[in-house]
Design a protein around this ligand. Structure first.
Ligand SMILES: *Cc1c(COP(=O)(O)O)cnc(C)c1O
Length: 452
């Protein structure tokens, strides 16, 4: 009998805990403080529900993202995606960290200008840019990312009228193995549309092609898709150089990195399994360094990361309104946090942590919001300790998209507070009032009176 081959033992740390049939247990410890500030104090001063942002986390997240890319590639520039969170204070933190602005509408463009962003450091994306928007962007020398041929022709016309040479890029869509493909934006790589658009720009002589852009999707869990995208854009840039002797200044890979959240139906928590900035940076920088750019001709790498830079810095504090049993006997907990202010509850299993100490007993719980709507569910099922009326919870990783996609629906929207690096709190968006709402409305004279 031959000897069985020796294999060295491997010890691997299991991060996730043992899932039971409801998934992993939500939390083992209460979260009583956010960046050193007591949740009870925050609620007392600013009310519940309450959004809380950690300035410290925003700084540390953008710093770690920059480090991941800058250690692998020589020229990197981040541009803050306004639609992910355009609270002025949040945008300003990113601008203080050196990020440019990435906007997708005239409104966002004006917001960036009003915050004092240099027009040359605004990237203007999106399918809808009015002539007025384009005129502003051309006058300010902003980077205009063209989405379709109609826009390309409008820019050519405006360039003549304004006697300026607009700085443009094209948005390229492509097959990177991520489906459904976001091929409604920009020009397709595989069928030649992107090359057509490039040739139209280069032959027109009316604008300067400074960059190539793509944004392949959002919450992408496959870093390799970015490697494919980077290779395809690099190939286009090199073709431009060969044919027109024109150097492309930058390659912009858009946003879309997954945050630490857990997608619904995922088996393991996203905080354990989602790719890190290092994973994305490795894939992108390898593709660019391996492409045919000469050593001193590497283009600037622009990243428009949104979600992954802000999700973890945002918390939502809520309070328990009531506990009840469903008709089947399941425990239902009703919070004062509805899907009108936590839109992402439709996509994620947000982690919910009690804000006060609790006993070891947990129960599978359905967490509802306060709206009179059946779809107002924050978590379909999660293991939670027994919470009482008036208890607080902290909902994690809510910083991306909730404060741009929230709705004034049934209730008024709450305060948003920033905890700064010294642990001081600042209201960065005031809670809405009935007066705020009423100032936007008008009642025709004949409707001003009624007798009941
Ligand atoms: C939304 C958007 C981003 C940011 O995407 P995230 O998924 O939040 O990282 C970047 N670029 C463009 C063009 C976008 O539309």
């Amino acid at each position: 009998m031959s000897k069985i081959r020796y294999e060295r033992p491997v010890i691997k740390k299991l991060e996730s805990g043992m899932p039971n049939k409801f998934g992993t247990r939500t939390e083992y410890l209460p979260m009583t403080h956010i960046d050193g500030v007591a949740v009870t104090r925050l609620v007392k001063e600013y009310g519940s529900p309450l959004f809380v942002f950690s300035e410290k986390t925003i700084h540390s997240t953008i710093k770690s993202a920059r480090k991941a890319f800058e250690t692998r590639y020589p020229r990197v520039q981040f541009a803050w995606s306004y639609k992910t969170n355009y609270l002025n204070a949040v945008c300003s933190i990113f601008h203080q960290e050196g990020s440019w602005a990435e906007v997708v509408s005239g409104f966002e463009y004006d917001k960036a200008i009003s915050l004092g962003v240099d027009g040359r450091k605004i990237i203007f994306n999106g399918p809808e840019k009015s002539e007025e928007d384009l005129t502003k962007a051309i006058t300010n020398d902003s980077l205009i990312h063209i989405d379709h041929l109609d826009e390309l022709y409008s820019i050519a016309e405006l360039a003549e009228i304004l006697k300026k040479c607009p700085r443009v890029a094209i948005r390229v869509n492509m097959d990177t193995g991520i489906y459904p493909m976001w091929d409604r934006f920009g020009f397709n790589y595989e069928n030649g549309q992107a090359w057509d658009a490039i040739n139209k720009i280069m032959h027109s002589g009316k604008m300067e092609l400074v960059g190539l852009h793509c944004h392949i999707g959002t919450f992408i869990l496959a870093p390799s898709a970015y490697g494919i995208a980077a290779s395809k854009l690099a190939e286009l840039a090199i073709s431009v150089e060969q044919k027109f002797k024109h150097e492309i200044m930058y390659i912009d890979l858009g946003g879309g990195f997954a945050s630490r959240n857990t997608l619904k139906n995922a088996y393991l928590p996203g905080s354990d399994t989602n790719p890190t900035f290092d994973d994305f940076a490795e894939s992108i920088s390898t593709a660019l360094l391996n492409s045919n750019f000469k050593k001193d001709k590497l283009p600037l790498l622009i990243l428009e990361t949104g979600r992954a830079l802000i999700d973890e810095a945002g918390y939502l504090i809520g309070s328990v309104i009531s506990n009840k049993r469903s008709s089947t006997g399941r425990r239902n907990t009703i919070l004062d946090v509805g899907v009108n202010i936590l839109f992402t509850a439709f996509w994620y299993d947000h982690k919910i942590t009690p804000a006060q100490s609790f006993t070891q007993y947990t129960e599978d719980t359905c967490v509802f919001g306060p709206l009179c709507m059946n779809i107002d569910v924050i978590r379909e099922n999660t293991e939670l300790p027994l919470l009482n009326r008036g208890d607080q919870v902290v909902i994690h990783n809510v910083g991306a998209y909730n404060l741009t996609q929230w709705m004034q629906f049934i209730a008024l929207r709450p305060n948003v507070v920033l905890v700064d690096k010294d642990g001081k709190t600042h209201v960065i968006r005031m809670r809405e009032t009935l007066d705020n709402m009423n100032t936007m409305e008008k009642i025709p004279n004949h409707l001003k009176k009624f007798n009941l």
